[in-house]
Design a protein. Structure first.
Length: 356
């Protein structure tokens, strides 16, 4: 009598549901969309059946569903668009998800908030990653209304603001290291990459660079929610070694980071993760970061950079970065912050959810 071959485990069928503001991956900014892209590719590489619900101008190489383009595309085509457009885009995306709910083992949402209502009694087969702070009133009301919605935190710092009932685990972000070419030579300038806003404090980065006598290159978009900040606090400080290069895509970001002596990360808010920190590490570049939010979970003080409390300590740290081993920084990135590690961590959460 012939023995039957053991049945192979079926791949997990995962829907990754992206916001509609930018395509996946983003063109020049959009950390959430970059994480979703790298997560989809890494999960598919690890045997999951991945379907991405995202804007039609997305190019991630997995099965994609989405009939409408991103808000960014619509604004580039039409200029100013009605303020209700984001709600329209989200409504269409969620209806496309609704029509296919039965096709997936896990539905992983990266936006807020309406999917919780859509899912109804199927919330237990969903996972939500919130890529923003969770300690404000809107999130508190949301969590109170949906205590059965599983939520994955992107840092332990962020998880402290998520009620126990919603906590599904912590998964630190990861990125595809092949996208970043490391440099193991000392850099020739300081770098800042982030939105031009009072949360990210590019003005502090400039002050530190000037105090140290180092040139600095700043990259990032002018924050649409606070457009006067750049003109008031950043533009007057440009010149004499202080250069603003504007938004940067993947290639320009990698070049900027690997040529830097250090990345300055002078945040003034409880940053839930801070993707640019690990992008700098992927380039072998040390990170000098203010001790807020998730910084102490990402930066290993004295190994991949320095954690500081104020500008004076940041100046001291700049003078010490030459003591750090840029090869070791890249190695720690590969050990802790790759997209493959991020995908494995999420898959472990999916498996726990499916078992229960």
């Amino acid at each position: 009598m012939l023995e039957c071959a053991p049945e192979l485990p079926k791949p997990i069928r995962v829907a990754q549901v992206a916001p509609s503001i930018f395509p996946v991956p983003p063109r020049d900014h959009g950390g959430t969309e970059r994480v979703i892209h790298d997560l989809c590719v890494a999960m598919q590489r690890q045997g999951c059946e991945v379907t991405l619900f995202a804007a039609s101008d997305s190019t991630t190489p997995v099965t994609r569903i989405g009939s409408l383009p991103s808000l960014q595309f619509l604004e580039s085509e039409h200029g100013t668009v009605p303020p209700s457009i984001p709600a329209v885009l989200e409504s269409v995306t969620l209806d496309e998800v609704r029509q296919r709910l039965a096709e997936f083992d896990i539905l992983h949402f990266h936006g807020e908030f309406f999917h919780a209502t859509l899912l109804g009694d199927q919330r237990s087969k969903s996972l939500t990653t919130i890529h923003w702070r969770v300690d404000e009133l809107d999130r508190k009301l949301f969590f109170n209304a949906f205590p059965d919605l599983p939520v994955a935190a992107i840092s332990a710092s962020q998880q402290r603001g998520i009620p126990e009932a919603n906590r599904a685990g912590v998964v630190l972000h990861g990125v595809d290291g092949d996208r970043f070419e490391p440099s193991f030579e000392p850099g020739s300038y300081l770098a800042f990459i982030g939105r031009m806003t009072d949360q990210k404090r590019p003005d502090k980065a400039i002050d530190v660079a000037v105090e140290c006598g180092h040139p600095i290159k700043l990259a990032g978009t002018v924050d649409v929610g606070n457009p006067l900040y750049f003109d008031t606090y950043v533009r007057p400080k440009l010149g004499d070694g202080v250069e603003y290069v504007g938004p940067v895509g993947d290639a320009a970001k990698s070049e900027l980071l690997r040529g830097a002596t250090a990345l300055l990360f002078p945040i003034d808010w409880p940053e839930p993760f801070g993707l640019v920190m690990i992008e700098a590490m992927a380039c072998g570049t040390p990170v000098i970061a203010w001790n807020k939010g998730s910084v102490s979970e990402v930066v290993e003080d004295g190994v991949t950079g320095f954690i500081v409390e104020n500008e004076a300590q940041a100046v001291e740290a700049v003078n010490k970065v030459a003591s750090l081993d840029r090869r070791r920084i890249r190695a720690r990135f590969e050990e802790r912050f790759t997209a493959d590690r991020m995908a494995r961590d999420y898959i472990e959460i999916y498996k726990r959810m499916l078992k229960s």
